[in-house]
Write a new protein. Sequence first.
Lengths: 214, 286
Amino acid sequence: MRGLIYKDLAVLKKQMSTLLMFLVVYGGFCVAGVFDFSILGALVAVFGLTVPMSSVAMDDSAHWDRYAVATPAGRRGVVAGKYLFTLLVIGVSTLAAALGMAALSLAGLTEEGVADLMAIAVSCGVTVVLLDAILLPFLLKYGAEKARLISMITFVVIFGGAILLGGGLSSGAPLPTVPEWVLTALPVLLVILAAGGYGVSYAVAQGIYARKEF
Amino acid sequence: MKNALEVSHLTKDYGSFKLDDVSFTIPGGTIMGLIGENGAGKSTTIKCILNLIRRDGGAITVFGRDNLREERAVKEEIGVVLDEVLFHDMLRPRQVGKILSGLYPSWDGALFEHYLKQFGLTGKQVVREFSRGMKMKLSIAAAFAARPRLLILDEATSGLDPVVRDEILDELLAFIRDEDHAVLISSHITSDLEKAADYITYLHKGKVAVWGAKDELLDTYGKVVCGRGDLEKVDRKLLVGSRVGQFGCEALVKDRRALAKAHPHLAVEPATLEDIMVFTGKGDAQ
């Protein structure tokens, strides 16, 4: 497992450096007042979705999985490695975004409180876990090229749905009222949904990979 | 002597191709050469051993352990060199070593370094800049450094120059000096196997056509060169396959001593593995 994580880090070093540059540049824009600080939260989504996809794409082009499955890691280890690496990427980028936003808030560069900014970063991280839970089984079954289309459809469905919902709410459309307790428990529910979804996704991916022929 | 690998009644059906009831064993301290034409089932057999594909029937044990039930333990005993190098292009050899040290519990970093030095791979070059020979040497260094007891090489020497191939064969011979070690090598280059292999399994159209100790095979089989009339007089049971030309015939015989006894006037040469492979294929076609 350690070897597979190191492999992903070594192979994606260049891409991750580029993404880090994005973080610095967008952080600069936020300081300059061009963007809101919450944009750093969106970068968590960029990191969390593009890095695992690139990792699978790199493995596909080298046919690495054929070799990895022949090592003691086996099929289960390859899947576990990819899921762990994805969690690591999301975790580290969420932490970086949260720390960055907190530092800028404490420096008095935004009116928003540290707690609110932290909540933005964490909710972005949790949402990305959920999106990756949908994406990873497709990535492992069809490879990065074909799964790219599926990820685009997922984006359109989720974000399109969110925009429609927002539009409906602002235009006063008769939408069902959400009970108060649901709104209060929403962060916890989201975390449970993400963790459960990731677990189910892992089990599905293991099943897919167990049947795959190399 | 304990068997390193036992393959019994292995079957894999792709529809258009079937690996059919393949059985062979590799005793410890020996090298098994797996030969056969393209598409004969060599890679399919190796993939089944490594559980890269699902077999439809049969059993495979490595040092007495089932390759599916005890997959992890089995794979810890196996070093693999596949037909192409599957390390990412941007990696340096030492990074490959670092990756594999996290995958193989018995990884020997010092041995890997030793092979990198021996094979001249210690520079700053990345895999992308390597020649095929260098890539194969890197794979072989990695396979040895995993400290396996069974080494599996799938067409690892194809496309390499004779000097590199000879170097690799020397390493394999050194590896099996330990009676607890064994090698399974599939190759088209039968001359390499004549040099290094102790046993030969010849796969033809998914089935084992010939299996046995290499020296015994080379001692028993023979090639006869004669006229068409002489060939027609030879008992068909003795013939494996023949090639009839305008000026004469060539035929492979299963028992060259029996042929010499029955037809003392015919010159019987010792057969090579290539002869066995080519004429068995021809015999099947006839």
